[in-house]
Design a protein around this ligand. Sequence first.
Ligand code: CA
Length: 220
Amino acid sequence: MSTKSFALSAELAEYILKVSLRENPILNQLRIETSKHPLARMQIAPEQGQLMALLVKLMQASKILEIGVFTGYSSLCMALALPPDGNIVACDKSEEFTDIAKRYWKEAGVENKIELKIAPALQTLDEFIKAGKTEFFDMAFIDADKSNYLAYYEKCLQLVRKGGLIMVDNVLWRGDILNSETQDKNSQYIQAFNQKLAEDQNIDLVVLPIADGLTLALKK
Ligand code: CA
């Protein structure tokens, strides 16, 4: 599950939440509703959402690209941190999951900040590149099918501005990335992805052990 910081002891993880989590009540309701979903593990951890919201402010971002929406917790965290004229392009294939997201975005009054694109994300990103939107976005968050992580990343690297930030979720895959004989396809994709970024001189790079691992790549 990526809804908790697995690399910490349960006690430390609990303590960090106790002394730092300031979750908006609507985010909290969304997290509770999503926790009952069979795919609840796809939701990001609340402290990660809070970090991402802080990064939105730190970056003074106004244009964000999100690849993988699920029930919209991460989009909502970022939208609440954006200025009133800020905008997130949120890419997902699922109407079912994003219908939940839309309800909460509306309730939080940020639905006008989030433009949902229901289509394969690679297609949406290619359309942006074709339309000349390279270096357009301040930030991107990648949290979708792991088989396409590298392709998403390479396109996002074109679409974010110089000094723009790309965040990538699940880069520790519950620690299975340490297993060189893993048969888990997702694990293999993430291993290859992490290795590729380790060698990429186009970015400044940090891998944080928060939740299920979050990579921060700042475009040089
Ligand atoms: Ca995730």
